[in-house]
Design a protein around this ligand. Sequence first.
Ligand SMILES: [Zn+2]
Length: 118
Amino acid sequence: MPLRAAVLERLKERLLEKRRALINTVREKRANNLEGGGGDGTQDIADQATTAYTKEFLLSISDAERQQLKQVDAALEKMRQKTYGQCERCGEPISEKRLEALPFARFCIACQEEEERS
Ligand SMILES: [Zn+2]
């Protein structure tokens, strides 16, 4: 069963929120690191198209943050392609419950377990 539009919209909001939070973390970190600010760069990035990160930006975030950002962006991209909510491995729909818990999940639960085992 495809996801209802309202559910999709809510998940999209959460993904965008997550993305904003990640970018904010980077901005704060940078403000702490650099004396006297110089912090407009990240603000611009927040407004840019999702994949257009500068090299500097990518270098300034940790692997975990970069990974999460990539997952969030991938999920948003899938929403644009109308393939969101499909398991990337078996093509079956990912349960709504799972997406609510993890909006950027790429696999259904069964495939996720398989992936973790291998
Ligand atoms: Zn699957």
